[in-house]
Design a protein around this ligand. Structure first.
Ligand SMILES: [Zn+2]
Length: 128
């Protein structure tokens, strides 16, 4: 048995195995365990709205959920579910664009009307 300096704070740690190359003292371990880095409300991040209604949802950490129920046995066995980015807001069309769109519609309607007429004529000719 020997002593080693804690690799985090330098405090001497006694009674460690001879093969131990680095050690973290109990204070540092406690600090690590007692102060989680992740905020408690992490559930609300990275998951799409309604994820718990999905038949199967895999979060970015590989946690698998079936209809919102965690499946610990499946953790890490599936690829994270791709979360679709929120739909882009429809860009408001400018007056010019609206005018052009209307113009195109009119043109299309006219084309259709002309074709109808031609069809009608052809039809009558066919009938002879
Ligand atoms: Zn320490």
């Amino acid at each position: 048995m020997s002593s080693l300096e804690c690799k985090k704070c330098g405090r001497w740690v006694d009674n460690i195995g001879d093969n131990t190359k680095s050690v973290i003292c109990s204070m540092c371990v406690l600090a690590k365990v007692g102060l989680p880095e992740e905020p408690i409300n992490y559930i609300s991040t990275g998951r799409p709205p309604g994820w718990h209604w999905m038949v199967e949802f895999v979060d970015k950490d590989g946690n698998v959920f079936h209809k919102g129920k965690e499946q610990p046995k499946l953790k890490g066995t599936l690829k994270p579910t791709k979360v679709k980015p929120p739909k882009k807001k429809i860009k408001r069309r400018s007056k010019d664009e609206i005018y052009l769109a209307r113009h195109e519609l009119k043109k299309a309607a006219l084309k259709k009307a002309v074709k109808k007429q031609q069809d009608f004529i052809n039809h009558t000719i066919d009938k002879g």
